[in-house]
Write a protein that binds this ligand. Sequence first.
Ligand code: EPZ
Length: 418
Amino acid sequence: MDKFIIDGGEKLYGKVRVHSAKNTVLPLLAASVLTDEQVKIHGVPAINDVENMLHILSEVGCVIKRQKDCAVIDSSNAVSHEIPTRLTKELRSSVFMLGSVLTRFRRAKISYPGGCDIGLRPIDLHLSGLKKLGVEIVEKDGYIHCSAERLQGAEILLDFPSVGATENIILAAVKAAGITVIRNAAKEPEISDLQRFLNAMGAKVRGAGGGTIVVEGVERLHGVDYTPIGDRIEAGTYLIAAASCGGEMEIEGVPAENIAALLHKLRENGCKIHTKNDKIELYSDGKLKSVNLVETMPFPGFPTDLQAQYSALSATAKGATLVVENLFETRYRYAAELKRMGADITVRGRAAFIRGVEKLHGASVTAGDLRGGAALVVAALRAEGQSSVMDLSHIDRGYAEFEGTLRNLGAKIKRVRI
Ligand code: EPZ
């Protein structure tokens, strides 16, 4: 198991070019089985979630080539409709494979992905949407068996704008007979990226980014060579670190509108932010004032995936901050660890009340999930003295070259094998 040793108190200066977004690369990889021609995706980050998804593709029979930061997938010999259990446990987002495997093979078998570190994460909206498209679903012995003589377009209204359910339904509808309309669809930029990717393969998807998506089924899809959007959560994590520690940072590869809710809060905290095309420049003196309230919401609201990192920033902002996590049930596991560093944070259900303190002190803390782990790094970079952040397996799921990028920005951080 690895840990980070961090000597806090350094300001951060420099440029960061983000990788292709984890939460867009994963559904794009799932979509690559929709064609038997070659699919090439650029900027693919070397992170565990992506490696697991590539394993799943190879286990269903795809041939994968990793060329530098590209992934080349040839699924002409894909034969299995069974998504391997051990990898489904490793990677919840393997559930995205349901829609594309059903489109390819008219049947799919997946073990129940179950909950994870941040909540129950049911898939009822995925399954009810697939049923509307004519999929027979039998849940037995912890497996979900899906079959569809033919996939038939349908009108689907999502009770909640679920990102994964929206993506799964699109993947099952792209070659269905007729038209599918998805109302109350998720509006995240990753959905618009999936739409662009599929249309580049010859699909007919429109409306992503708005609440209603229309998919007109087509006969076949062809190969594609594609560069996904930049990772807005990776960008947001580095911006929060620079805001909290103080310094100057330029992020490349993410348009400001993809993290407008965060930038709005950071300006309220007292940061100076200039944006142009896909560049975001931030200047902070490290002496931030708190905002009163941050509520996580589906896009374009404040992203739940930046809640933990922003709470770490709020721990040393002057004043009090009420954080409300509306998306997931248990996304405050990092709070107890922040308290070990001297943070004044009280959690009650979905709310966390944070009273800013003068300073945090170094401590030995343990990551409990991906974004909570990133939050502990943000706090350790700001804290006085030395911290160690344990169990980096969570962080390694979603951040490529994390410590190297931070070191290039002036942070005193190193990875140690224990
Ligand atoms: C995606 O997860 C992201 N993962 C998550 O990022 C992100 O936090 C989340 O969207 C919200 O933005 C990927 O894209 C791989 P949801 P997903 O379905 O699709 C409830 C990270 O850190 N729900 O939009 O699982 C669910 O319980 C990860 O990178 C149902 O009730 O999120 C949750 O409360 C974490 N039934 C809410 O919707 C369903 O069938 C949002 O979930 C599906 C979801």
